[in-house]
Every structure is written in C-alpha cells, then in structure tokens.
Design a protein around this ligand. Structure first.
Ligand SMILES: Nc1nc2c(c(=O)[nH]1)N[C@@H](CN(C=O)c1ccc(C(=O)N[C@@H](CCC(=O)O)C(=O)O)cc1)CN2
Length: 300
C-alpha cells in the first residue's frame, strides 16, 4: 500500500480563497475590513519569513495588515505597551506576537496581555477554555489546520481511535480537545507514555506533534491509518552536499507512507495550514467583535 499524500499547501490555498470571499462579503455587506497586527521581536530568520508570509497573505485575502518589527533588546514593558495600544484600536481585530521571543521577555506575560477578543493564535487561557467547551472564538491555528485536513480526508471522525503524540499547550492539548469535540476516542501520548508503538498500532488517526525528527516509525502505524505530521525539524542532509540541511517531520515519512492510508508530508502538509487558519481566526474575531456569526467553514 502507498499512502495518499495529503496536500496541505493546496488545501490552504483553497481555504484562503474562501477567506477572501468572506472578507469581500464583510466589506460589501457590513463595511468591515478585518485587520491583523503582527509583532516580531528580534531578527530570527525563520520568524521573519513566517511574519512576512503572514503579512503578505493577510493582504492577499483583502484584510489590513499591520506589522511591528521591534529590536532584539526592546524591553518587555515596551512590547506590553504596544499590545495595550493594539487592544484598544478598532481597526485591529487580531494581534499576535511571533514566537519565540528573546529570553528577557516573558512569553506568558505577552499572551496574558492580549485581549482574548483579538488573540488570533488562541493562546490565552480564556480562549483555550472556550475551545475545550466548544464556545465560539478563535481556535489554535495548527490544531485547526490539522482538524480541517482530517475532516476532509475522513469525513466524520466520530468513534475513530486518535492518538496525539505530544502534550504542548500550543498543539497537543488543543488538538486532543478538538478531536474529542468531534467524538473521536482520544489518547494523548507523551514522554512518559509506556509502549508508544503499541498505542499507535491501535490508532486510526495519529497526530505527531512531539518536535523530534522522525521519532514515529513506519512499523508503529496501523495499515490504512491517517497520519498528520505536525513536526517541522531542520536536520543535516549530507546526501545533499556538505553543510546542507533539510526539513523533516516527526514521522519517518518514507516508511510510514508504505503503511498509512493517508499522510501529510513535511514540508507542504500542516505548515501551510497554520497561516491560513490564522487568517480564518481573524475573520472569526472580526465577526464576533461586530455581533456577527463567524462563518462555520472557517472554524472548528
Ligand atoms: N505566534 C506564533 N508563533 C509561532 C507559531 C504560531 O502559530 N504563532 N508557529 C510557528 C511558526 N509558524 C507560524 O508562525 C509557521 C511555521 C511553519 C510554517 C510552514 O508553512 N512551514 C512550511 C515549511 C517552511 C520552510 O521551508 O521553512 C511547511 O511545513 O511546509 C508556517 C508557519 C512558531 N512560531
């Protein structure tokens, strides 16, 4: 068996088209242009690429983009003051601070300073709670993107055995909550889990979000299972030449693809969904801020 490759890049492009249609309707019917503010602190090259992609894609779907590039040595108080200013602006419906931030800035203080109504990453405790109990609001971007790919691939997830590997606040825990909301039978595995291969062997769905290159082996996977690889790990690639690197996921892709029914590649799988879902969340928060029901196809 060779797995179907789930094309996250193509799915994300389709999602952005739908977002653009919703944005056009918000403008023409309600006079609302959603706005997304992105804050980046320092010069991490990967973060700069992600932030530039976020700004470009925000504009492409017809929304307003506001980018704040702060120096590496900016004080925590200055970042918090900027967030406070953005919290109070009517033309800003979504705010995010690109992670990681430099060590002298407390990530939790940043997250707690964001107005939950504009927290389009869905990192705040209030929004995490809403996700858990199924109230309207933003949904963590990478888990939402993974869920959309799973629903597209499998349809109804009810009763499926789903194993999420990783228990981070950003991916593992919200992914578990979303799968549970879709009535999957959810196991969250982590570094203390015993006999992970046996747990994976019973899974109809595996979501690998552990941050360790190729940790999930092909022979752990049940034939026909759907595998969502959230990992994006840069590793050395001597086969490409001296000093070269490549991106790999948390799953041993080539072996897993021989067994799985469907699998996301890295790159081109979940990654592109993260930014598309950020735009979807900005439409959601813009709707909620204006007393409108968010489009159901952009949320969980
Ligand atoms: N405030 C946030 N910070 C960070 C987040 C986040 O969701 N919110 N996630 C990551 C970075 N990230 C978005 O911000 C992100 C990472 C990767 C991709 C992506 O499309 N990856 C490509 C490969 C890209 C490459 O070649 O390097 C892929 O998987 O195909 C998009 C967004 C950490 N920080």
């Amino acid at each position: 068996m060779t797995a179907k490759i789930i094309d996250g890049k193509a799915f994300a492009a389709g999602l952005r088209e739908r977002i653009a249609e919703h944005v056009a309707r918000l403008k023409s019917e309600h006079g609302i242009t959603p706005g997304l503010a992105v804050i980046i602190v320092g010069h991490d090259p990967a973060s700069q690429v992600y932030v530039n992609n976020k700004a470009r894609q925000t504009k492409e779907v017809g929304m307003n983009s506001f980018k704040y590039e702060l120096p590496e040595d900016v004080s925590e108080d200055e970042v918090l003051a900027l967030i406070e200013e953005l919290n109070n602006r009517d033309d800003v419906n979504g705010i995010l601070c690109q992670l990681p931030v430099p060590k002298h800035i407390d990530e939790n203080k940043i997250i707690n300073a964001l107005s939950p109504a504009k927290d389009v990453d869905c990192f705040s405790p209030e929004n995490v709670g809403k996700v858990a109990i199924g109230l309207p609001g933003p949904v963590p971007c990478t888990p939402l993107g993974s869920l959309m790919l799973l629903r597209d691939e499998l349809g109804d997830l009810s009763g499926k055995n789903a194993v999420v590997i990783g228990r981070s606040n950003l991916v593992g825990k919200p992914m578990g909550a979303l799968l549970l909301r879709d009535s999957a039978t959810v196991t969250i595995a982590h570094s203390r889990t015993q006999d992970l291969p046996a747990i994976c062997a019973a899974a109809d769905i595996i979501v690998a979000a552990v941050g360790r290159p190729e940790m999930v082996k092909g022979d752990w996977i049940k034939p026909g299972a759907t595998v969502i690889d959230v990992g994006i790990n840069r590793v050395n690639a001597p086969e490409k030449g001296e000093g070269k690197t490549k991106l790999v996921g948390d799953v041993e892709y080539s072996e897993a693809a021989k067994v799985a029914g469907a699998i996301t590649p890295v790159p081109g799988g979940v990654g592109p969904m993260t930014i598309a879902c950020l735009l979807a969340n900005t439409v959601t928060t813009a709707c909620l801020a204006n007393g409108l029901t968010p489009p159901s196809d952009l949320t969980a």
